[in-house]
Design a protein around this ligand. Structure first.
Ligand code: ATP
Length: 555
C-alpha cells in the first residue's frame, strides 16, 4: 500500500484539533486497511502513533538527531548545519525536512514511490543493525528511504524516526478509533490494551475475532503492563479505617520495576515500560536464583544502598540509562531489589485480592542474602493502628520515603491511580512537570539555562505552563540539564528559549496559587527542582485537573 495513503491520514489528523474528528479519520482508515490489507493492520496501528515497535520492545532505531540531519542534508544537497538552522526556524525537524525537500529541484527527488511496507521494513532493518559501522549503515538506509520520499513523506518519515509524529494522537484516540472501525466496545478495547500493551495485537484481534477475542486477551509474561498507581493518603489512621484493615508497607525510594519470566527469558521493565534488562544484569541473576522457573510477572522497587542506607535516586538512573560500562557500574552503584507484588504466576493473578497475591509472592520468593528481599509488610487493623505509625517512623529512620497503605481486598488495577493503594510520605507532595522553555542565566551562568519553564497536561493532553523553576539545582545537575535540553531548543529570542517537551522534573513548592500569568491558571510559590525524572514519560506528568484538586484541598 502506498505510503502516501498514511501520510494523507497524518495530514488530515493534523488539520483538526477535535478528538472526535481525529477518531473518525482513524476509524475509517483502520476499517479500510482491515478490509483491503489486514496483515498491515498491526503495522499501521503503531505507525499511526508514530511508533515502529510495540511498548516494551527492546528494539530501537538508534538514530539520533545528528544522524538524521546528516541524512536529510545529503538527500537535499545542503550542509547538516543548514538542516539545524531550518529546524530552529520551522520548530521541528520534520517540518524542516519538508521545507528543505520543497526547495530542492523536484526532478531528482522521489524517483520511486514509497509503500508503507517498504518504509516499515527499512525502519526494522535500521533497528537490527549493530556492531561496527552501524551508524554509517543506518545512515545509508535512511538516505535511500528519504531519497524516494516526497516533501510531505519526508516530514513524516523524519518524525517517525524520532518517534514524535505531532498529529495530536495518543493511545486513547487509537483505541476509540479501533472500537469504531471494528464495531467493538470501547471499554473492552481499553481493557485488552491495558493487559497486553500491544495496540497492534489489539487491532488485529478486534478485526479478526471481535469482542470475544478481545475478552480472551490477558496478561502475558514478556509484555509489560501499566502499573497500578497510588493516591496520596490524607492520614494513616483515616485511610486504614476506611479500608477496614490494611496491609502497610515500607515505601522505598528507587525505581519501580516489573519483572517478567517467560520460558527461560527474564525481562525487566521500568514504569514507562522500557526494557532495561541489559542495564541491570545482576537483578536478572538474583531473580533467576530466587524465584521458581515458572512463567511469572512480579513487581518491586530497585534501590541503591551505601553502607546499608539508601542513597539518592539519581544514582539508579545512572544505572538504568547506561548502555556501556555496565560491569564497572555494577560495583560502583550496587542495586538491591524489594519485591512487593505478583501479577502472574502460572496464570494471571490480577483479579485476585492483594492479600492473596502477597501470600503467593511470599510462597515463591526464596530470600537469600540481602540483594533481593520482600517489601516489609505489616497487617494493620483498627485495633493496631499504632503499628502503622511505627512502620512509618521506622521507614523514615532507615532513610526510606514513608509507607504504602494497601487495600487487602483490591485486585491489581493496571494503569489506575485509585484509592486501593495509598502513599504517605514524610516530605510534602511534589509535582512531575515537563520542561517547555527556559531562560539563560547571567554572568558566570550566562552559557547555561538557569531557569526552566514547566508545564502540566490538561484534559485534552495539551501542555499548559505553570511555573519557572530556578533553584534547587547543584552545578553538576544544572550542567547535565543544560546539556540535555540544548538539542531540544526549538526557538530562541534574547535569553528566552522554547524547548521541545521531553524532560520531566520533580518539583517541590510551598504553595499552589491562582495565576493569570500562566496558561494553566495556576502557579507555584517557591518551586524547587528535586530531580530529573527519567523514569517517567510525558504521559505520566501531573495534570491541571490534579493541580486544581490539590489547590481546592481534599474533598
Ligand atoms: P512518588 O513520586 O511519590 O514515588 P510516583 O509518582 O513515582 O510517586 P506513585 O504511584 O504515586 O508513583 O507512588 C507509588 C510508587 O512508590 C510506586 O510506583 C513505586 O515505585 C514506589 N514504591 C516504593 N515502595 C513500594 C511498595 N512497597 N509498594 C508499592 N510501591 C512502592
Amino acid at each position: 500500500m502506498s505510503y502516501s495513503r498514511i501520510v494523507d491520514v497524518y495530514e488530515a489528523l493534523d488539520s483538526t484539533t477535535k478528538r472526535l474528528e481525529k477518531t473518525s479519520i482513524l476509524g475509517d482508515f483502520f476499517a479500510d486497511i482491515g478490509e483491503k490489507n489486514p496483515k498491515l493492520l498491526p503495522v499501521v496501528t503503531l505507525l499511526a502513533l508514530g511508533r515502529v515497535f510495540p511498548t516494551g520492545s527492546e528494539e530501537e532505531l538508534g538514530i539520533g538527531t545528528k544522524l538524521l540531519m546528516k541524512a536529510i542534508a545529503f538527500v537535499v544537497g545542503v550542509k547538516p548545519e543548514d538542516v539545524e538552522d531550518m529546524q530552529r526556524d520551522a520548530g521541528d525537524i520534520g517540518q524542516a525536512a519538508q521545507n528543505l525537500f520543497m526547495k530542492k529541484k523536484q526532478s531528482t527527488l522521489f524517483s520511486r514511490s514509497l509503500t508503507i511496507e517498504k518504509v516499515h521494513s527499512n525502519l526494522i532493518k535500521i533497528a537490527n543493525i549493530s556492531g561496527s559501522k552501524a551508524q554509517s549503515k543506518k545512515l545509508e538506509i535512511l538516505r535511500e528511504l528519504l531519497s524516494s520520499a516526497s516533501p510531505t513523506e519526508a516530514k513524516y518519515i523524519t518524525r517517525t524516526v524520532i518517534e514524535e509524529l505531532r498529529v495530536g494522537v495518543g493511545e486513547g484516540t487509537i483505541r476509540d478509533a479501533l472500537a469504531q472501525a471494528f464495531d467493538v466496545d470501547k471499554g473492552i478495547v481499553e481493557r485488552a490494551h491495558m493487559l497486553t500493551n500491544d495496540l497492534g495485537l489489539v487491532a488485529e484481534v478486534s478485526k479478526e475475532e471481535g469482542v470475544q477475542g478481545l475478552q480472551k486477551l490477558t496478561l502475558l509474561p514478556g509484555k509489560p503492563v501499566k502499573p497500578m498507581l497510588a493516591q496520596l493518603s490524607p492520614g494513616i489512621s483515616k485511610s486504614i479505617l476506611e479500608m477496614g484493615w490494611a496491609l502497610c508497607e515500607t515505601k522505598y525510594d528507587g525505581i519501580r520495576v516489573q519483572i517478567h519470566r517467560l520460558g527461560n527469558e527474564i525481562n525487566i521493565f521500568t514504569r514507562r515500560l522500557e526494557n532495561i534488562s541489559k542495564a541491570v544484569p545482576e537483578i536478572v541473576e538474583y531473580i533467576r536464583k530466587s524465584l521458581p522457573s515458572k512463567n511469572f510477572i512480579v513487581e518491586g522497587e530497585i534501590i541503591v544502598t551505601k553502607d546499608g542506607k539508601p542513597i539518592s535516586f539519581q544514582y539508579i538512573l545512572q544505572r538504568v540509562r547506561r548502555k556501556y560500562d555496565i560491569e564497572r557500574m555494577r560495583d560502583e552503584v550496587p542495586l538491591k531489589l524489594y519485591l512487593f507484588d505478583v501479577l502472574y504466576y502460572d496464570g494471571p493473578l490480577i483479579d485476585v485480592s492483594f492479600e492473596k497475591r502477597r501470600e503467593v509472592l511470599e510462597s515463591i520468593v526464596t530470600v537469600s542474602g540481602d540483594k533481593i528481599q520482600l517489601s516489609r509488610n505489616v497487617k494493620v487493623t483498627p485495633e493496631s493502628l499504632q503499628d502503622a505509625e511505627d512502620l512509618f517512623n521506622e521507614s523514615i529512620k532507615a532513610g526510606h520515603e514513608g509507607i504504602m497503605i494497601k487495600d487487602p481486598h483490591a485486585p491489581y488495577m493496571p494503569g489506575i491511580r485509585g484509592k486501593k493503594m495509598l502513599k504517605f510520605k514524610a516530605e510534602p507532595e511534589t509535582l512531575d512537570l515537563v520542561i517547555v522553555g527556559g531562560s539563560y542565566g547571567r554572568g558566570k551562568r550566562a552559557h547555561l539555562i538557569g531557569s526552566y519553564l514547566l508545564a502540566a497536561r490538561d484534559e485534552n493532553n495539551e501542555l499548559k505552563t505553570l511555573a519557572y523553576a530556578a533553584t534547587g539545582l547543584d552545578d553538576q545537575t544544572l550542567l547535565e540539564l543544560s546539556t540535555l535540553t540544548e538539542p531540544l531548543i526549538t526557538s530562541k529570542i534574547g535569553r528566552q528559549v522554547k524547548i521541545a517537551p521531553h524532560i520531566i522534573l520533580e518539583i517541590a513548592y510551598s504553595e499552589i496559587v491562582k495565576s493569570p500569568e500562566y496558561e494553566s491558571g495556576y502557579s507555584l510559590r517557591f518551586p524547587v527542582v528535586k530531580r530529573i525524572r527519567d523514569d517517567l514519560s510525558i504521559d505520566d506528568i501531573d495534570t491541571v485537573e490534579r493541580i486544581d484538586s490539590m489547590f481546592k484541598g481534599p474533598d
